[in-house]
Write a new protein. Sequence first.
Length: 173
Amino acid sequence: MKIVLENQDSTVMSTFTPSARNDGSYQSEAQLEEEFINILQSQGYEYAHIHSEKDLIANLRVQIEKLNDYHFSNDEWERFFKENIANSTDDIVKKTDTIQRDNVKILKKDDGVDKNITIIDKENIHKNIVQVINQYAVNANDNANDNDANGSARSNRYDVTVLVNGLPMVHIE
């Protein structure tokens, strides 16, 4: 392996030779999932035991609080979550814009003072918290707004999901 360029954040190699699998046996989906999670953990991803929407929302709050070094009151979190994260009037374009461009939201604190809340830190990307979860289930009954093109509700279970600051960014099947 010859390294072409290396810095603190990345390495570029001219040739990469993957190590051969010695066992020659079949790898089950569960084994593949576990191996993938282990690889992500070795790269700094934190494994989180999250399997329901309730757990996901609780984790999201914790991660946003860590990122912003701020503790929401329950009323502040409810307002912030409903207005900025799970706004029922936001379509996919608006949600994408929140991640890509409008990543700092304004929280009206209980005392009336405005506070900037960063959802994804684009200035200091290493401050973002990356996590991995597996077997996360979304039940059709949990989210009435999750309808397919025909208007029917869907249930899904994702094998592996990557979270950035508690937000599910990548679902892997």
